[in-house]
Write a protein that binds this ligand. Sequence first.
Ligand SMILES: Nc1nc2c(c(=O)[nH]1)N[C@H]1C(S)=C(S)[C@@H](COP(=O)(O)OP(=O)(O)OC[C@H]3O[C@@H](n4cnc5c(=O)[nH]c(N)nc54)[C@H](O)[C@@H]3O)O[C@H]1N2
Ligand SMILES: Nc1nc2c(c(=O)[nH]1)N[C@H]1C(S)=C(S)[C@@H](COP(=O)(O)OP(=O)(O)OC[C@H]3O[C@@H](n4cnc5c(=O)[nH]c(N)nc54)[C@H](O)[C@@H]3O)O[C@H]1N2
Ligand code: SF4
Ligand SMILES: [Mo]
Length: 706
Amino acid sequence: MPVQRSFCRFCHANCAILVETEGDHVVRVSGDPEDPVFGGYTCIKGRQLPEAHHHPERLMASQKKTADGFVPIASEAALDEIAARLKALIDEHGPDSVAIYAGTYAFQNSAGVASAMAFAQGLGTRHFYTSVTLDQPAKVYTAFQYGQWQGGGHVFGEADVALFIGNNPIVSHYGPPGGLPPFSPSRRLRDAIEGGLKLIVADPRTSDVAALAHIHLAVKPGEDPALLAGMIHVILDERLCDEAFVQAHVDGLAELKEAVSGFPPAIAAARAGVSQADLVAAARMFAGGTKGSASTGTGPEMAGNGTLTQYLVSSLNILCGRFCREGEKSSIPRIFTPVTPRRAQVAAPMKLWGEGFAASRFRGLTHLMNEMPCNVLADEILTPGEGQIRALVSIGGNPMLAFPDQDKMARAVQSLDLFVSVDIRSQGVSARRSDYILAPLMCLERDDISSLSEWWYEIPYARYTEALIARPGDLLDEYEMLWELAKRLGTGLPLAGGLCPMDVCPDKQSFLDMAVAGCVVAPSQVRADSVDGRAVIYDDKHPIVEPAEPGHNARFDLAGGAMPAQLMAYGRDDPAAHGYPFRLISRRSRHRFNSTGGHLSALAAKRTTNPAHIHPDDLAGLGVTDGEMIRIASPHGEVHALAKASDALRRGVISMAHGYGDPDVGPDEVPMRGGSTNRLVCETSGYDPITGQALQSAIPVKVQRV
Ligand SMILES: Nc1nc2c(c(=O)[nH]1)N[C@H]1C(S)=C(S)[C@@H](COP(=O)(O)OP(=O)(O)OC[C@H]3O[C@@H](n4cnc5c(=O)[nH]c(N)nc54)[C@H](O)[C@@H]3O)O[C@H]1N2
Ligand SMILES: Nc1nc2c(c(=O)[nH]1)N[C@H]1C(S)=C(S)[C@@H](COP(=O)(O)OP(=O)(O)OC[C@H]3O[C@@H](n4cnc5c(=O)[nH]c(N)nc54)[C@H](O)[C@@H]3O)O[C@H]1N2
Ligand code: SF4
Ligand SMILES: [Mo]
């Protein structure tokens, strides 16, 4: 049986794999022990790629909704019909009547998001959405308002201290820049600790990383700003910052000092629900290191005050000077990202939203760079008027399970003139509601580059994988679908390397070369340099931090975006939500990737439902036994779940995953399907005023027996 090298795209980690095939059948996927970064590591999800590709529910043809349900349709014919309907809408209502949503699996295809954004821009619609604004938009967009160090931040591999805030990369395989890379994360973290790394974790539950931490701060959900402000208070008070760095590069220190003056350790610790001694010890431990970053995951970004939390995390790193200096190797070389200067200087603060950016009709929210916040999608569909959305093309996403306020999203989807999903199955909660499902190639059937995972590679590592098995039937790659639609509509696809040729659809390699033009090594060159599909390491392309440009005078601005004032406002306002004594927090399921994977036998065998993890003493207080069904209600909605006793949680906290459930089925299906936490979430109150991120964690809830 032939064995070929590739990389997994079940999730963003892109583990190096060996793929055994028999004809066009994938028989086995295992880790590639020769890969210098992954060293043979895979997880249980990735090893299910053979079943995922050949599962009986996998769509082998595109589908059209008829009165009798879905019927197969040739992809060309589906594209003709979809284009004709889009054209009619655009002619009558203008391009803003069409919205594009790029979900998780648009990101897993290295041409997915670039082609989706190009399609939206070619069309001229402002309604381009991605899952980033349901996820961690503050670190992607708002951190620029305090300035960015062009030399790069400290990476995990060189750190002697690390602070993870609401991030559990052992399960999620997601570590933000400076955090734990997803390559064999558990082993890597244990090795680092054995080698002397000091680890601090802030998480309301004893997560997998918290269990290994030297200091675990079991912060109250949503109170990370108090914790971080308290730590900064200690660092400033005890003069533990990198004073030379601060003097040379930082403005706004006085404003930050004033803002944290309301958070002396005793007050900060009380508000954050941790011991004062632990808070002080954590501040000293973090500042006492020589290298290493503070980083956040989804938890605190979703728990309200995401932008403020990100500001305080940026401040910690800036105060402690956790950046690569002149003459050092710059962190995270990145081969497929446009080349940027690597200098020992601050890139001037930038504002990537607000005035001058395309505006939504709702809540004063605007584009964040090129995308509209997901917060407004349902309202932009449901509300008549100029710019109302009438057609939605969802690429590799599941808005019915991922967006706030499930019932509202159901009404929105229902009211569309046209709903198109690009999805591998028709059973999904969103796919099922679509007028057309365009069936895409799956990862082992397409070429890709390792662009999605490259912010984690601490060395200049790059991959180009070819398709390993033939294209089934007339299925298309996402970028081909969007090219075909643009061709039919007579619009263009503007890419980094210029307009995509519209006479013949380029092959994937050419498309990728255009999509990442200006990067360090072009995808076609990486492909040529690769031996048998192995990774290529471009050691000579590891940038060294150059000196600052003469006369460069941009500095970090810790007063940027009026964040100190926001911190003071947070300090004044300590809302105890009456009648909702618990906080429901987000988590990831080890055996799924958001809503993907529940249909695969090995993953389903591990878990079907979406348990509500809760402290045994809380269960006892409620008179509920382990495994019993409970009803969880927020001010906005309710969900049912099976209670699961867990002493990994602090009291008063319930921990559940998203991506489960179905609004059409009742509580009796909960044991087999789980419930959707987005029934508890509302996008019109408690959202982040800049990114629109809804309160998807730290949700005030009450619990009842059923
Ligand atoms: N197996 C698997 N892997 C995944 C996914 C999946 O569904 N399954 N999803 C993928 C996606 S889309 C993403 S974005 C990443 C996310 O990756 P992570 O951000 O690492 O996600 P989690 O593993 O949920 O870790 C978040 C942690 O935040 C904690 N938390 C919740 N609320 C708060 C709070 O208010 N404050 C603090 N300090 N902590 C809090 C939770 O207890 C949890 O341990 O994971 C990706 N990887
Ligand atoms: N309450 C709450 N809500 C949340 C979160 C939370 O923690 N709590 N997390 C948020 C986060 S971090 C994210 S990223 C979003 C995710 O939001 P989405 O991306 O909208 O949701 P997914 O469940 O990942 O949807 C993936 C879809 O892709 C399909 N799919 C699977 N494989 C393929 C493939 O190979 N190709 C294509 N084209 N499609 C495929 C699946 O069938 C599924 O329908 O959800 C967000 N929503
Ligand atoms: S961690 Fe992600 S990329 Fe690696 S094997 Fe698992 S699913 Fe695949
Ligand atoms: Mo995500």
